[in-house]
Design a protein around this ligand. Structure first.
Ligand SMILES: [Zn+2]
Length: 86
């Protein structure tokens, strides 16, 4: 990957909270995935209506991570975000 050397230089202690370096936000973030294939399974009911059974998503592109307050690109913290996602 193009950012491998950059990522290797960033070492976060496991207990640290992500704080946006631009605006100080440490609560609201969002993730954007490129090249996603969403598959939703449905069952057709007796009356002809449909009910979704399950959602499947596969990400083929890049996943970016942003501050929800100022839209700063925080993708460098994405790995930490995944580790802390429960
Ligand atoms: Zn911010």
């Amino acid at each position: 990957m193009r950012t491998s050397t950059k990522k290797a230089a960033i070492k976060l202690p496991t207990k640290i909270r992500i704080v946006c370096p631009t605006c100080g936000n440490d609560t609201d973030f969002y993730e954007v995935a490129d090249g996603v294939i969403l598959t939703t399974r449905y069952t057709q009911n007796e009356d002809g209506s449909f009910t979704p059974i399950s959602d499947d998503s596969q990400v083929f592109g890049e996943i970016k991570f942003y501050c929800n307050e100022c839209d700063e690109d925080l993708t460098q913290f994405h790995k930490h975000f995944l580790e802390m996602l429960f």
